[in-house]
Write a protein that binds this ligand. Structure first.
Ligand code: F6R
Length: 366
């Protein structure tokens, strides 16, 4: 049942080239520069005139939401707010019939996310769901939605469901941009052609597994770990930190790299591993200066870099390469080595990776 892998989590990490592909199947037409999302088709007209999107979710799904914010704002130019469902539901949020709420939930059963949907629905918003489990409670509560089609996820720590959520949000961002006319067909042809190739690049990212295992062995006894990134690398850092803490029980925090100097920098010494998302994109130079700040304080730097990078290699203690890609697709690739890193550290620490203590696959209580 684990298909030759030691744990479900590892099997599910390795399934990602296929699960991401399944998620895009029948939805993208690279040669035509067209995205088709049957699940939300009846709202295609409405999407042309919406003023705002609110994304509600918990945990890993909330991190996917932050990636969605970045992509929807960038391509569809619609303002997005990302909310923890548990906070949103207990405020008195301002929601109108003009709002679209996107609820993201792997299981489709998360109590706080369901309550947030119900409240937004009562106030007249249109609710879209992004869910992995067909027929679960959330898809039944929403007006429309897009399934992630990642297949069942057994490991409690979400891996392939997260990348599938990010894939759906990427498709939604392009779909909305297409509806609103904020993107040209030629740009969509270019982006979709590249997106179509992302599963192969995820496969390449997985090939760093042996190196990642070596890095894991070097930092497995740490008591703390920082994850830093900028732009869409920031939610990737948050997700990397969450994965490490939930399965290895190492205290980890994700931060926007530039925020380090406003507090967390005080923590840095030779005992502190700092994982950077340092790929070659618009924030590359800035991330390099953040790496220098950590090295100046003798922190141990592990960097996720673009294939062929030479600059970061001069500074970092360990570099893990991922294939080059448009910034829009960075989260889909940079997440992979972080999943493997957490996995190996947890195994080396003797943790139960598939069933971490105190955690459940569906959180049906508030
Ligand atoms: C972390 C993890 C949790 C879930 C969260 C929301 O690996 O799996 O943080 O993401 O409990 O669950 P869903 O997506 O089912 O609503």
């Amino acid at each position: 049942e684990k298909g030759g892998f030691d744990h479900f989590m590892l099997k599910e990490i390795y399934e990602q080239p296929r699960s991401v592909k399944d998620c895009m199947r029948g939805r993208i037409y690279p040669e035509k520069g067209k995205v088709q999302l049957g699940g939300i088709k009846e709202f295609a007209e409405k999407l042309k005139n919406i003023d705002r999107i609110i994304i509600v979710a918990c945990g890993t799904s909330w991190h996917a939401g932050l990636v969605g914010e970045y992509l929807i704002e960038e391509y569809a130019r619609i303002p997005v707010e990302v909310e923890y469902a548990s906070e949103f539901r207990y405020r008195n949020p301002i929601i109108t019939e003009k709002d679209v709420v996107i609820a993201i939930s792997q299981s489709g059963e998360t109590a706080d996310t369901m309550a947030a949907i119900e409240m937004a629905k009562e106030r007249g918003a249109t609710i879209f769901g992004i869910c992995n489990v067909a027929g679960a409670s959330i898809p039944r509560l929403t007006h429309a939605g897009v399934y992630t089609h990642a297949g069942p996820e057994i490991g409690v720590a979400s891996t392939k469901a997260f990348t599938a959520q990010v894939t759906v949000l990427t498709l939604m961002a392009f779909y909305m941009a297409q509806q609103k006319g904020t993107i040209t067909t030629s740009k969509l042809i270019e982006l979709l052609t590249e997106l179509d190739n992302i599963p192969e690049k995820i496969q390449v990212a997985l090939e760093s597994n042996d190196l990642i295992k070596e890095v894991a062995a070097k930092i497995k006894d740490s008591t703390n770990c920082l994850f830093l990134g900028r732009g869409s690398g920031f939610p990737v850092a948050l997700e990397g930190a969450l994965k490490l803490k939930e399965i290895s029980y190492i205290h980890a925090e994700g931060y926007p790299a530039a925020e380090m100097k406003h507090g967390p920098i005080a923590l840095i010494d030779e005992e502190m591993p700092v994982v950077f998302i340092a790929t070659q994109n618009s924030s590359y130079e800035k991330v390099i200066s953040n790496i220098q700040e950590v090295k100046a304080r003798k922190g141990k730097v592990i960097a996720i870099v673009t294939e062929g990078d030479t600059e970061v290699k001069k500074m970092a203690d360990y570099c893990i390469e991922i294939p080059d890609a448009n910034e829009a697709f960075l989260p889909l690739l940079a997440t992979i080595p972080l999943q493997l890193l957490s996995y190996h550290i947890a195994v080396m620490r003797g943790c139960n990776v598939d069933q971490p203590r105190n955690l459940a696959k569906s959180v049906t209580v508030e």
